[in-house]
Design a protein around this ligand. Structure first.
Ligand SMILES: [Zn+2]
Length: 247
């Protein structure tokens, strides 16, 4: 086989391997993205749960404080009932009133904390629903990825072997040019040299559509063992009949 024919074979197997790899990569990207979003939702769930616990424990502290103020009020009530001295009586009464006001304030604080906890609880329910839905999407993304990997793995391994074999038939410089163009154009390393008008010797690159000097055609038509690249995009050129023979 000529150099150009070998390059065309390499191009064909390289294109197929790239397509399979990118299919697999797309499935993996989708899976990773879904997993990341699921993790974010889980983190958010944990945060809201911690906030709820915080407000609940603040409310419990206020309730305990209110209880002890209340006990003090009850103790004073006992003293009040036993009191025979009017000055002592009014002093106890005044203290009781102060304590009752304080208790009411504490009760309001407790209530405010409980309300915050309740608001967060409905937010939590919402996030938990989102997390449950996301978990389903993650499961299907995982199974899609596994199916894709199962389908692709074997074919990809054999294509990569074929690619290695095809690459081994190309001299070093030409292989480097091929790899460079393949990386640059996502696998589209080769382009057809298109004849626009043979009589006027008008030729273009089939990939970038830029005009090609007639010498490029002359070289390729006369010697299939010399690689010719497009002046503009540097893809390796081939004549349509070469592709037809080997596809
Ligand atoms: Zn070009």
């Amino acid at each position: 086989m000529t150099l150009i024919a070998n390059l065309v074979s390499l191009h064909q197997v390289d294109t197929q391997a790239r397509a399979l790899r990118s299919r697999l990569e797309a499935a993996e990207r989708h899976k990773t993205l879904q997993e990341r979003q699921a993790t974010q939702l889980q983190t958010r769930t944990d945060e809201v749960r911690a906030q709820i616990r915080h407000h609940q424990s603040a409310a419990a502290n206020h309730e305990a404080e209110s209880g002890s103020v209340d006990a003090r009020v009850e103790a004073l009530r006992g003293q009040l009932n036993a009191s025979t001295n009017p000055r002592q009586y009014s002093a106890i009464l005044a203290e009781m009133k102060t304590l009752q006001t304080k208790r009411d304030e504490i009760d309001e604080l407790a209530l405010a904390q409980l309300q915050k906890a309740e608001e967060l609880q409905s937010k939590l329910t919402e996030i938990e629903q989102q997390a449950a839905e996301r978990a389903k999407v993650v499961d299907s993304a995982k199974s899609e990825f596994n199916t894709c990997r199962g389908e692709v793995a074997e074919r990809l391994a054999s294509l990569e072997q074929e690619r290695t074999a095809a690459a081994a038939r190309i001299p070093r410089n030409e292989l480097e040019a091929f790899n460079r163009a393949a990386d640059l154009y996502e696998g589209e390393a080769m382009a057809e040299l298109v004849t626009i008008d043979a009589r006027r010797r008008e030729y273009v690159c089939g990939a970038c559509n830029m005009e090609l000097p007639a010498e490029k055609y002359a070289s390729l038509a006369s010697n299939q063992d010399v690689a010719v690249t497009c002046t503009s995009c540097h893809r390796i050129l081939f004549l349509p009949q070469v592709a037809a023979t080997h596809s």
